[in-house]
Design a protein around this ligand. Sequence first.
Ligand SMILES: [Zn+2]
Length: 322
Amino acid sequence: MYRSVMAISRGFVPRAAYSLCLGPLSPLILSSVSPVRRLTVSASLSAAQHDPSSATGHKSSTTSRWKPMCLYHTHGLCTMLDDPAHLEKFSHSCSDEFSDDISEFVNKKHQEFDYFLVLDLEGKVEILEFPVVLVDAKTTRVVDLFHRFVRPSKMSEQRINEYIEGKYGKLGVDRVWHDTAIPFEEVLQQFEVWLTQHRLWGKELGGHLNQSAFVTCGNWDVKTKIPQQCNVSKMKLPSYFMEWINLKDIYLNFYKRQATGMKTMMRQLQIPSLGSHHLGIDDAKNITRVLQRMLADGASVQITARRNSPENVEFLFENRIR
Ligand SMILES: [Zn+2]
């Protein structure tokens, strides 16, 4: 597989933006980035990502602008922000690829929440990727993005290498995974800092989210995988994972037709799928496109599942995907 590798050595913490749409954060946050290593920055993404039109067959104005994201940048670790060739090849903005044509949002309905946090985990044995897209419920615009690769805590180095080669090697992002992945507990610490910055979470709220809710495609992410990983990582389940919105249930109740997954929803709504399927950040962005359409169509996007303990989950919709 074709892979472009631009190698630069570095021995310092880059002054890269940590929060993609808000600019650099405080030194406090930068200092929490994983220990500085000398590493070779390889902008390694697959040929399919370099030429999305060949992968998706779409040529709309949105898709012709599409570029893969710089996954070092999403981690606050891109050192090539002054390299025009690099900027030409990789996106460094969380919102470029999303339509912001307000005129199409005529059916917008009042929403219970101010913000949605679109989450799509990757990793079957342990979580490998934790991407969250922050969407403004009123304007439907993408406000920011949080993205971390996650290093398993209970696996041998050899098993991790095989796992990552099998999962991300074919997408051409195994190198950036190895360069950036940090343990799950650190990911959640950084996520909480990011939430606090956006005033979406705080200890004064009892650890719950402020006027915002997770949106997932299915129940697996928050119902099953997060508690499992908290167990493996010996952490208490954070309070913000007590309720969530399964977009498939909202879809079923709003459009009165069933969709078994993200691809089906996108096909039925004729939304082009961009990027690499099963690269978490691209899947989260594609789910975001479905959410944006549903908000524009006037769907009321509300909580579909709630738990009162890690195991005990109550589903709030009678009609739901089982
Ligand atoms: Zn970059």
